[in-house]
Write a protein that binds this ligand. Structure first.
Ligand code: SF4
Ligand code: SF4
Length: 257
């Protein structure tokens, strides 16, 4: 069993992220992609909980995109169709992505790792700091999301996010799910499937899909509950934050990176 130097301190019911990645040791490789969601209410959210995730890159299969597909389906992103005549290049650059499969390159060893990357649900989210309308906000349970009714589409949050985790909706949204309101001119990002959590679920769509496909690369749960699967896995495994040097104390951690 390895003691993780970047281990959230469950006893203090906080989630400090110290050390781990040396500054700049891992960067999101250029040219890779990315992905959002949610209820704009805090219904069901409790400060006794901090939702978080541990992703095992060794279990994340190269070429697999079931988590991305599940996210698209859960949030109605797949209902958005490519505008007639739009090129592959423009569609791929503009279509919303709440999760994207990326390659991380360790600048010290040169090792490349495949990962799903989504909003990291930072404890100190720069996207919230820069938002002029409070549309970008953090719930008491740690979920960071966008209230689309307040969002004016300035995209400051997209510029502030070091993980490129947010998408701007360029096209009209003609079809959408009641559980995941969307609209042209707004910014979106992963919200840990807040709507289903608020309804009592304890898993995310991406986690379920990954497990169903036999990979089990994603563990999701309450970081503040020492008995939760994710808290116990974090205690047992060495994990790290991507860009830990920024000290954002992310709710998403990675192992075998
Ligand atoms: S990953 Fe980006 S969008 Fe998500 S909380 Fe952090 S800064 Fe905000
Ligand atoms: S795009 Fe929307 S959520 Fe982002 S900073 Fe501007 S108003 Fe806030």
């Amino acid at each position: 069993m390895t003691k993780n130097s970047d281990q959230p301190d469950m006893k203090r019911r906080e989630f400090f992220g110290k050390t781990v990645l040396a500054a700049g040791a891992a960067t999101v490789a250029p040219g890779v992609l990315l992905a959002v969601a949610g209820s704009d209410e805090q219904q069901g959210a409790s400060s006794d909980t901090r939702w978080g995730m541990l992703i095992d890159s060794n279990k994340c299969a190269e070429g697999c995109s079931v988590c991305v597909d599940a996210c698209n389906s859960e949030n109605g992103i797949d209902l958005q169709v490519r505008p007639e005549g739009q090129s592959d290049e423009k569609w791929n650059a503009q279509r919303p992505q709440w999760i994207r499969k990326v390659k991380l390159k360790d600048n010290q060893t040169g090792e490349v790792t495949n990962l799903p990357l989504m909003c990291q649900h930072c404890e100190h989210p720069p996207c919230v700091d820069v938002c002029p309308t409070t549309a970008s906000f953090k719930r008491v349970d740690g979920i960071v999301m966008v209230d689309r009714h307040k969002c004016i589409g300035c995209r400051y949050c997209m510029m502030a996010c070091p993980y490129k985790a947010r998408s701007f909706i360029h096209q009209d949204v003609t079809e959408q799910l009641v559980s995941a309101p969307r609209g042209k001119g707004c910014v979106e990002s992963c919200n840990f499937c807040a709507t289903r959590l608020d309804a009592g679920a304890t898993t995310t769509a991406c986690q379920d899909a990954c497990e169903k496909d036999g990979h089990q690369a994603i563990i999701f749960g309450d970081l503040k509950d020492p008995q939760s699967t994710v808290a116990m896995a974090l205690k047992e495994k060495t994990s790290r934050q991507i860009r830990a040097d920024l000290e954002l104390n992310t709710g998403v951690r990675y192992t075998n990176v």
